[in-house]
Structures are given as structure tokens and as C-alpha cells.
Design a protein around this ligand. Sequence first.
Ligand SMILES: [Zn+2]
Length: 135
Amino acid sequence: MQLLYVRYLANRPVDEIQCVAQTRRRHRCTSPLLTPETLAGFWTLVPITATHAQLPLHGAAMAVYALTGLPYAEQLRWWAQRCSEHAATPATADVAVVEWEPFDPLIHHQHIRTRLPTLTRRQGPADRSGRETQS
Ligand SMILES: [Zn+2]
């Protein structure tokens, strides 16, 4: 996840990231951050860079869910890990801490995907024998 120009590792899939605010019943809000009503980010490939030395590692790319195109307030909402409803009520207490972990390619290398998620779902067997004849 790329958010406010920083890369973070979430502890669950993007569409399952849950609001951390406390409900009136003192339970954790179960609303996801990403809903059909909210602005969505997009998957993109970015160079793998070390956190401190911003140098590309191996010239490789990895898939990130980028929120950089979203309005600043919307990125702040993700960073605060709140659903649309609780982002509008900042006074509401958080019942859980935000689950973002600053992404470090050396520590989190097992989470690196070098292909975009949609491109990994191939239909049928992969043809590695060569290019298909263009018709
Ligand atoms: Zn909420």
C-alpha cells in the first residue's frame, strides 16, 4: 500500500482492512475502509526500494495498491484507518491501534509480488512455448 508517499504493509487484503473506531456499543467498528461508495486506489508496479537508502534493489518492481491519486483528506482517512462514517467524527475514540507497518523490502520480502493482481489470474494454461500467431 502506498499512502501519503510512504509504503505500508497491511495485515490483510485491501478490501478487508477494517475501521479502528469504537462504536456506541464499545465494539470495534466492522466497516471496511474500501466500499463501493469510497474512492478506490489502483494497483501499480513500482521499483523495489529500501526504506532508508532509496535505491532500487535488483532493478525489480513490485505491486502496490496506490492511494496517491486520492485527495489528501481521503489518504488521511486511510492512514487513520477509519471508515467514511468515523472519518467524519474524529472525536470518536479508537478501540484498536492502526495496523499499518512501514514496508521494508528486506523484512517483508515474502509479501512482495512482482505482478499486478489482475495479471496473475490467467485463463487456461500458460503458453511458454512462444508468442501466439497474431491473426
Ligand atoms: Zn467505522
